[in-house]
Design a protein around this ligand. Sequence first.
Ligand code: G3H
Ligand code: ZN
Length: 290
Amino acid sequence: MLVHIKDLIEDAQKGGYAIGAFNVHNLESILGVAQAAVRAGSTAIIQVSEGAIKYMGLKPTTHIVSTVAKNVADGAPIALHLDHGSSFQTVFECIAAGFSSVHIDASALPFDENIRLTKQVVELAHSKGVWVQGEVGAIVGGHGERGGKIDIPKANPQEVIEFVRKTGVDTIAAAIGTAHGTFENEDVDLELLRQIKAKVKIPFVLHGGSGIEDAKIRQAIKGGVNIINIGTDIKVAFSETLKKTCKDNPDETDPRKLMSPSIKAVEEVIYNKMVLFGSAGHYPLGLIET
Ligand code: G3H
Ligand code: ZN
C-alpha cells in the first residue's frame, strides 16, 4: 500500500533501523521493489530521479507506483519520493502529483542560495503536508557509474547544522564519504556522521549506498542513518541480467520472457538490502493508506 513517508520513518527511528530508498527506472524495477518488500515483510521507499520521470512520464510514474503498491505490495507500506529534484518547478509538479516527499538538491549552489531555495520548497511542501529532504555538500559520481577512484569532498558539519535549523527540512542528506555509483575509495565517515547527528535530530539520508561494505552500512545505521539510497546496484542487476538473458536466448522475441529474470534479479538485490538495513520484518502498525 502507498503511505506517507513520515509513517515509515518514525518507526525506523524508534526501531533503530534504516529504510531503503530504491531508485526505479521502469515498471520492472518497481515490481522488483514491491516483490522484495512482500517477501521481506519490509517497508520501502520508491524514489524516482528527474531522468526516470522523463522516461516514464510523471503521471504514469505516480499511477504505476501507486497501483503496484496497492495490488502487488499488498500489505507492504511503500512511500513515493522525488530524488535529487533540481528545481522549484520539478518539486512543485511532484507535490501536485501526490508524492509524500521531495528532495530539493541545491547543494551545487552557494550555501546561502541553497538555504534560500530549500526554504521556499519547505514552505510550499509543508502547506501541502509533504516532507522535504535537503542536501549539503554535493554527493559526487553518477547513478550506474562503476569506476576506480574518485575525489570525494565532504560536507562541513557546521553548515549541515545551520542548514537544517534555517530551512526546516524533514530529512537531511550530506556528503559523508560515499559517492553515486561504485568506487574503490568510497566509505562512510562515521566521525563526521557523529558530529552531525550530535546536533541534528531529523533523519539522516545516506546517498550513494551502492558499493559500501555491509559492516560499514551497519555502523552507519547505528550512527543514526535512517534512510539509505540504492541506485547503481539496481541498475546493474537489471541490465547485467537482461544482457545475459538476451545472449542466452538470441531467438527469443517475447519481452516478458526476456525481462522476467531482471525483475527477479532486482528483487533479490533489494531483498538483501532490506535484511541488511534491518527493515525486514518491520511493518509499522496502524498505517493509513493514502
Ligand atoms: O540518489 C540516489 C542514490 O544516492 C544512489 O546511489 O547509485 O551509489 O546507490 P548509488
Ligand atoms: Zn543520491
